[in-house]
Design a binder for this molecule. Sequence first.
Ligand code: PMP
Ligand code: GLU
Length: 397
Amino acid sequence: MINISDRLAALSISATLAMNQRSREMISKGIDVINLSIGEPDFDTPEHIKEAAIKAIHDNFTHYPPVSGFMDLREAITLKLSRDNGLRYSPNEVIVSTGAKQSLANVMLSVLNPGDEALMPAPYWVSYPEMVKLAEAIPVIVPTGIDQNYKINAEQLEAYITPKTKLFIFNSPSNPSGQVYSRDELKALAEVFERHPNIIVLSDEIYEHITYQNKHESIGQFDSIRKQVVIINGMSKAYAMTGWRLGYMAGPEWLVKSCQKLQGQYTSGACAISQKAALAALLGDQSAIKCMVKVFKERRDLVISYLREIPGFEGEIPQGAFYVLPDVSAYFGKKVGDKIIHNSDELSMHLLTEAHVATVSGKPFGAPGCLRLSYASSTKVLSEAMIRIKHEMEKVR
Ligand code: PMP
Ligand code: GLU
């Protein structure tokens, strides 16, 4: 009998994409589902970026691009890293990929051997542990609580490091918790990594622009660990470019070369037209970002005010990204009709089938007591969704 490989059999389906697919199917059957499952800006890509892509087609950027990305784009990325993050990189320390997702997977496949340990604070983004498993390494989860705003501290980090630890993966602003690390918090972590120079620090900064209080800080700013830090970023969130599939990595040259080798055998360079669009996005007018963040903040405040009205939905106010992660464990073991809600998977499914609101269970994010809601939708849609959730939860006893 022919079976899929053990490697793939052990891999979970992306919970965010699965829930998105399920709600799309229900919508196609005429069911009025509100989809708060996927983390995707509802804004359209700004006009000047689209124009650059159209021009790229007319200018015949329709051939294979260089595997690591066009030089002008890699230069623009170094400029962006300096302008927005105060980080100094050369184009040789940058590689462009088909989404930040590929950049992350490239790094994991490049550095992890079977049996190596990859540390990540929970809650984490769903794909991190699965990518680690794909590299036949071991995801080691460091639990963090609501009392510490779901952020790992230096003592916890130190306690989980073993001789097998090869990688530390985190993101700030965080998907799913929305929490943001301060400079001091990152400095304390950097001091630990300084004592462990063989650990690669994978810093996923894709939500960097979406912060509501304090500016994003990059762990790449600490020179003492510069050789260990790998920055992941992409166009999806800041420029509403999810469908263009463009991300990048900045880090040590040896790692860039390894990712280039992998990409060269696997996918080749990222879409040439998207690369030209990304160039326009990074070098062009940045004001659209500010407008989007202002709107996201209004939506966050709206969703939080509704959540406060639902007894048993507990949580801190997110400081960045566009997700809320209320702890809903007060409902576990309670009944709605004849049905008992045992966990967040069941609560999420119940809200989808009965209230027609798609959320994602916290379980695949390492937050089994929580539900994740994306508020990247209009205030009208969000209000309707929150009213539906509130009414449904009133039936649970
Ligand atoms: N990292 C995080 C934390 C994300 O939420 C996402 C979701 N898009 C990605 C990476 C991947 O982004 P991209 O669309 O660039 O592949
Ligand atoms: N990052 C988004 C999310 O967490 C998009 C879905 C995905 O790429 O998994 O919902």
